[in-house]
Ligand binder design. Structure first.
Ligand code: ADP
Length: 266
């Protein structure tokens, strides 16, 4: 067991200090992340927004313990990150549902790897599916569902084990605009009800502002954090909040900052 010393005790649930990631590639080393300092408090919703290739997915994979850091220090709940943390849920852009398993069995997959799910676990999976509007689809197969429904099922799967930390990598990036809006509202609500610590990766400034307590902006590669903005908008958040002057001001501020960096045009 790792003994906590003052040096590795932190208030943050996720704490990155001076973290860098360099990949080896046939064309030489690729610096994907440089000098990342990031703290995420317990029950905080933090989004990372930035252009393609700036290192957003790499950041998520490091926190998920799927890639190792090249330098710096990464702690989860005060413990050095060494492989996937306990009680972790991950949702990717592609839903990665298994086509030969029913939706219910897909949601139960992580338990099924180890043993037969018990009655309570099956009940919890059904409750989650109901919560995400998928009642009646438990015994359908992924290929019978729309993209939005598949992604809802993926979120149910990630939530089944009641994870403390939920990581989402562009989960709504492949969906049409209206489905994406619906899922934004559903995620905001479920986050408010369950208060997971959430790291959310997106290309969309509007989505990041709508969902988050804080938005972390990353610049062009090699990936660095260029700014972190606290989003002080009331909750619960409904889509109408996007019409408010306060919301527009946050979006403008982030877009303006990206424009100054030559990442977007104003
Ligand atoms: P983003 O998610 O912001 O699009 P990524 O984290 O996927 O960015 O990638 C950041 C940089 O690291 C890119 O230059 C990408 O080509 C490179 N990269 C990502 N994964 C690997 C890998 N496994 N091997 C080599 N280079 C990689």
């Amino acid at each position: 067991m790792t003994v906590l010393s003052p040096a590795n005790v932190t208030d943050a649930f996720v704490s990155l200090r001076g973290v860098g990631k360099t990949y080896a590639s046939p064309r030489g080393p690729v610096a994907a992340l440089v000098d990342i300092d990031l703290d995420i408090k317990r029950q905080e919703f933090v989004s990372v927004v930035g252009p393609s290739g700036c290192g957003k997915s790499t950041l998520l994979k490091l926190v998920a313990g799927l890639e190792s850091i090249s330098c710096g220090r990464a702690l989860i709940a005060g413990q050095p990150l060494d492989g996937p943390p306990d009680r972790l849920g991950v949702v990717f852009q592609r839903d990665v549902l298994l086509d030969w398993r029913s939706i219910l069995d897909n949601v139960l997959l992580s338990i099924d790897f180890r043993r037969t799910p018990n009655k309570q676990e099956r009940g919890r999976a059904r409750d989650l599916l109901q919560r995400f509007g998928l009642s009646g689809f438990e015994h359908r197969y992924p290929w019978e569902l729309s993209g939005g429904m598949r992604q809802r099922a993926s979120i149910c799967r990630a939530l089944l084990a009641d994870p403390e930390l939920l990581l989402m990598d562009e989960p709504f990036g492949a969906l049409d605009a209206m489905t994406r809006d619906d899922l934004n509202v559903e995620l905001a609500q479920i986050w408010q009800d369950t208060r997971k610590t959430l790291l959310f990766i997106t290309h969309s400034i509007v989505e990041a502002v709508f969902l988050s307590d804080r938005v972390v902006m990353m610049g062009k590669a090699p990936g660095r954090i260029v700014e972190t903005i606290a989003i002080d908008l009331p909750r619960p958040r409904r889509l109408a909040i996007r019409d408010s002057a306060e919301f527009a001001a946050y979006v403008h501020r982030i877009r303006h900052h990206f424009a100054e960096l030559g990442i977007v045009k104003e």
